[in-house]
Design a protein. Structure first.
Length: 446
C-alpha cells in the first residue's frame, strides 16, 4: 500500500491521521449537504408545496438505496481495512472486486422487485392526493438508476478503506457538482420539474461510479475492480455482511422513523410535512462535520484494531470525540442564531416557516447526541463487532417508534417533534454503555 495509506494508518500522529482521513470526507459531506439544501431550494422555486412534500416523502426511498449500498460499502470497506492491518493484501484486492460487482447486482435485483411494487410503495411512503403523481415520478427515476446509485455508495467506502480519502472526496465532488449543474437545466430549462431533479441525481451518481472504477483499475496500488478477482468465498461474504447488515438495519429503522414522521406530520397538513423536510435538510448542516469525522476514521479504527495497536485505536477515538463535540456545537449555534432567515429561504408560507423554525430547534439539540452515537457505531463497525453495531442499529429504530406514538397521542405535534430528540439522547447513553464494555474486552489485547 502506498505511503498515503500505510503512513497515515501507522506512522502519522493521530491528529494528522484524522485530518487526512476525515477532512476530505467532511468537505465531501459539506458539499452533499449543501446540494441537498440547493435541491430543495430549486424545487421550492417552483412554488409548489405538493412537489416539496413529494421530495420529503421520497426521502425513505433514497435512504433504502444508500442502505443497500452500505451493506457492501461499510461491510466490504471495514473488512478491507482490517485485511490491510493484517497484511493480507491479495484478500483485500478480492474483496474490493466482490464489493463492486455485488453492489451492481443488488441494484438490478432491487429494480426488478421495485418497479412492479411501485403503487404499494407509494402508499407506504404516505403519498396522498396531489403528491402521489409527483412522488411516483421522482422515485421511478431513482429505481431505474438504482444500480449506479447503490454502487456509488459502495465504492466511496471501498477507496476510503485503503486510505484514499481524497479520492472518495473527489467522487462526492463530481457527483454533487454535476447534480447542481443539471438541476436548474433539467428542472427549469427542460421543464421536467421534479423528474429533472431525479434524473440529475442518477446521472451524477453514474459519473461518480465511473470515476471510482477508473481509480481502482488504474491508480490504486492495493485494490482493483476486475472480474478476474471476483472470487467470493463463504468467509468473505460472512465478514462483509456481518457489518454491512448492521449498517443496513440502521438505515431500515431510519426509514421506519421517517415514514412514521411523514405519516404523523401529514395528519396536521402538507405544511407540517414540508416544514419537517426543510428542517431536516438544514439540521444536517450541523452534523455534516461530525459525520465526516466518524465515517472518515472508520478505516483508521479498523486498521489499528486488526493490527492489535489498541493504544492508537483508543487515541483516535478520544480525539475524534472531542472534535465532534466542538464542531457540532459550533455549527448548531450558528444555525440557531440565523434560523429564521435560513428557513425563509425555502418557503414563503407562514405556517411552514413558523413550524420549520420550531422543528429546527429540536433537531439542533439532538444533533450532538446523534453525532456521538454515530461515532459509537463507527467504532463497532471498524472493530468488526457486528453484535454491538446491530444492537445500536435496532435500538435507535425501536425506541423511536413507541416514543413517537406516545408523544403524538399525548402532546400532539409537539410530541412528534421532540420524540426524535429524546430517542437520540437515550440511544447515545446505550452506545456509551456498549463502548465501556468493549473497552474492557480489548484492554486485554494491549
Amino acid at each position: 500500500m502506498e505511503r498515503t495509506g500505510k503512513y497515515y494508518f501507522e506512522g502519522a500522529t493521530i491528529p494528522k491521521a484524522i485530518a487526512h482521513m476525515a477532512v476530505p470526507m467532511m468537505l465531501g459531506m459539506s458539499v452533499i449537504m449543501i446540494y441537498n439544501v440547493i435541491d430543495a431550494f430549486f424545487i421550492g422555486k417552483l412554488n409548489n408545496t405538493a412537489m416539496m412534500t413529494a421530495v420529503t416523502l421520497a426521502l425513505p426511498f433514497t435512504i433504502i438505496l444508500s442502505g443497500i449500498g452500505n451493506i457492501f460499502g461499510v461491510g466490504g470497506g471495514t473488512y478491507i481495512s482490517r485485511l490491510l492491518g493484517e497484511r493480507k493484501l491479495e484478500d483485500a484486492k478480492k474483496v474490493s472486486s466482490v464489493t463492486f460487482f455485488l453492489s451492481i447486482l443488488a441494484g438490478f435485483i432491487f429494480m426488478l422487485f421495485a418497479i412492479p411494487l411501485i403503487h404499494p410503495i407509494l402508499k407506504v411512503l404516505g403519498a396522498k392526493g396531489d403528491t402521489v403523481l409527483f412522488t411516483k415520478d421522482f422515485i421511478m427515476v431513482l429505481i431505474i438508476g438504482s444500480p449506479f446509485v447503490i454502487a456509488n455508495f459502495a465504492l466511496g467506502q471501498v477507496v476510503r478503506a485503503e486510505g484514499a480519502s481524497k479520492v472518495s472526496m473527489n467522487g462526492m465532488f463530481i457527483s454533487v457538482i454535476i447534480n447542481i449543474v443539471l438541476d436548474p437545466i433539467l428542472i427549469f430549462t427542460c421543464h421536467l420539474n421534479i423528474v429533472g431533479a431525479a434524473i440529475g441525481t442518477v446521472v451524477a451518481n453514474t459519473c461518480a461510479v465511473l470515476y471510482y472504477v477508473y481509480y481502482l483499475k488504474n491508480k490504486s496500488s492495493t485494490l482493483t475492480v476486475s472480474i478476474r478477482t471476483f472470487k467470493p468465498t463463504l468467509k468473505m461474504l460472512k465478514d462483509i455482511f456481518k457489518i454491512g447488515i448492521s449498517s443496513f438495519l440502521l438505515d431500515v429503522f431510519l426509514i421506519v422513523s421517517v415514514l412514521l414522521l411523514n405519516n404523523f406530520s401529514a395528519y396536521y397538513g402538507d405544511y407540517a410535512v414540508a416544514a419537517f423536510g426543510i428542517s431536516q435538510r438544514i439540521a444536517q448542516l450541523a452534523q455534516f462535520a461530525a459525520k465526516g469525522l466518524y465515517i472518515g476514521v472508520i478505516p483508521l479504527i479498523a486498521y489499528a484494531y486488526a493490527a492489535k495497536n489498541i493504544k492508537r485505536m483508543k487515541s483516535i477515538i478520544n480525539i475524534t470525540a472531542t472534535y465532534i463535540a466542538i464542531l457540532t456545537m459550533a455549527f448548531s449555534l450558528i444555525i440557531f442564531i440565523f434560523r429564521q432567515p435560513i428557513v425563509h429561504l425555502f418557503s414563503h408560507n407562514t405556517y411552514v416557516i413558523n413550524t420549520g423554525i420550531y422543528i429546527l430547534i429540536a433537531m439542533l439539540i439532538s444533533a450532538l447526541f446523534a453525532s456521538i452515537t454515530g461515532l459509537f457505531i463507527a467504532i463497532f463497525q471498524g472493530a468488526g463487532r457486528g453484535k454491538e453495531a446491530a444492537i445500536m442499529s435496532v435500538v435507535q429504530g425501536t425506541l423511536l417508534i413507541p416514543i413517537m406514538i406516545l408523544g403524538k397521542y399525548t402532546f400532539g405535534l409537539d410530541g412528534v417533534i421532540w420524540s426524535m430528540t429524546l430517542t437520540e439522547i437515550l440511544t447515545c447513553i446505550i452506545g456509551l454503555y456498549l463502548w465501556i464494555r468493549l473497552k474492557r474486552d480489548i484492554s486485554m489485547k494491549e
